[in-house]
Ligand binder design. Structure first.
Ligand code: ATP
Length: 262
């Protein structure tokens, strides 16, 4: 689905990503972990073609990403970004319909209206349908944006869904629902690539984890392969305890006390 080959990105003279290679397949949830400033969002912007690589290339569904026309790409990948502030007033229903814009010219077809209804049900926002987006809480806005991006790729079940810290601002229930929804999307055949800060969510829901440190790959593999004291220390400079969790194959990560700190 996505092959990343020797990808580098420069901002001025600063190398934000260094010779990064990995792949993500259809039906897979890939979590990207790394400290603040590790290059996770930069990588996601490259994968979505918001940025152009300095070196290396990205093959998306068998074709170099740069060769796609944007309208073509819009039906095959959708992005939930971190920043979702809107200066103009929009009714929730209209905002979700924006996800269907790549699919119709002037007026939405019956299918577009049906998809908007379905994604609003999936994300639990049907009751917000007539509300002004700017009056919603941060967590409600996050779910509306998720509904919009799901609407965009709803009819393309092997499309790619990019989620940049999707659990930000959500309470515990909605964090879990967000990750369960991401998991369900992968199980349906979508390739889901998700930036996370919570190692336990990555461990619990991802098929593969990519760990980044200062723009380079520390490790990639299944949670069992990747979640180790060594990789976590190298990525985050913290010591942790790893615990086996009954009924789950993935390890549970608990912060160890930092010694000699006030
Ligand atoms: N245009 C730019 N010019 C200079 N430095 C940049 C530019 N864009 C990003 N950076 C720097 O590149 C590094 C990686 O940024 P990026 O946003 O990809 O990190 P991140 O891993 O997503 O971090 P966070 O977890 O804090 O969101 C940061 O140190 C950031 O300050």
């Amino acid at each position: 689905m996505i092959e990343v080959n020797e990808l580098s990105y420069l901002a001025g003279k600063k190398e934000l990503l260094r010779r990064l290679s990995f792949e993500a397949r259809s039906g897979e949830l890939l979590a990207i972990l790394g400290a603040n400033g590790a290059g996770k969002s930069t990588l996601m912007k490259l994968l979505c073609r918001e940025l152009v690589p300095a070196h290396g290339h990205i093959i998306f569904r068998g074709k170099n990403l740069q060769q796609y026309k944007l309208p073509e790409l819009a039906k095959q990948r959708a992005v939930l970004s971190q920043q979702n502030t809107i200066s103009v007033s929009f009714i929730v229903n209209e905002l979700v319909m924006m996800g269907r814009y790549p699919h119709f010219e002037q007026l939405p077809a019956l299918r577009d209206i049906e998809v908007v209804k379905l994604v609003m049900e999936d994300t639990g926002i049907t009751h917000l349908s007539g509300r002004d987006y700017n009056t919603l809480s941060g967590g409600e806005q996050q779910r509306v944006q998720l509904a919009r991006v799901l609407a965009q790729i709803y009819d393309c079940p092997d499309a790619c869904l990019f989620l940049d810290e999707p659990t930000n601002g959500l309470d515990l229930l909605y964090q879990q629902q967000m990750m369960e929804l991401a998991r369900r999307m992968a199980d349906k055949g979508y390739c889901v690539i998700c930036i996370l800060h919570d190692i336990n969510f990555a461990s619990r829901f991802a098929d593969k984890i990519l760990m980044l440190k200062e723009g380079r790959k520390v490790a990639i593999g299944s949670p069992l392969e990747v979640i180790s004291h060594k990789n976590i220390f190298e990525t985050f400079s913290i010591n942790v305890k790893l615990m086996a969790c009954e009924g789950y194959s993935c390890p549970l990560v608990i912060p160890a006390m930092i010694q000699n700190k006030p």
